[in-house]
Design a protein around this ligand. Structure first.
Ligand code: SF4
Length: 137
């Protein structure tokens, strides 16, 4: 088995897009790519947790952010992580303007669809990274 890819969503409390980033990450880690991906709490990295820092430096990481502030991507870069890809909910919404979520504290139907589209995109990128990894070995 290859090393797991670490998928790290932003914390996004109080923002619908952050909630969608987390939901998409859970779909990938617990369902679509279960067993080949893991996630960690972004706050651990922000606090300088040594184990979290070692993990992101030694494994390929994917940042999943809600908005252009890119809190996950920026903190991964600051931590010296192996950043292999990054996604933003706002970019997915740009291509699916009919799926604008209306709620902040829970995911409505539009938000669920948006999270599913994002999870599928992350999953496809993981397949590509696995393929690239095999080719370069
Ligand atoms: S990227 Fe945006 S939604 Fe996510 S934690 Fe940062 S400010 Fe909040």
């Amino acid at each position: 088995m290859t090393d797991p890819i670490i998928v790290i969503p932003c914390s996004g409390i109080g923002k619908a897009f952050g909630t969608i980033a987390r939901d998409a990450t859970y779909s990938v880690v617990e369902d679509l790519k279960k067993g080949t991906t893991e996630t960690i709490c972004l706050s651990l990295l922000v606090m300088g947790d040594e184990e979290a820092g070692r993990l992101v430096k030694s494994h390929r990481c994917i940042a999943v952010d809600g908005c252009p502030n890119e809190c996950s991507k920026k903190n991964l870069v600051l931590s010296g992580a192996k950043l292999a890809a990054n996604f933003r909910v706002v970019d997915i919404l740009r291509d699916h303007r009919d799926l604008k979520p209306s709620a902040v504290t829970f995911i409505d139907e539009a938000g669920r669809k948006l999270a599913k589209i994002l999870a599928d995109k992350i999953s496809t990128r993981i397949d590509e990274l696995d393929q690239e990894g095999r080719v370069s070995k």
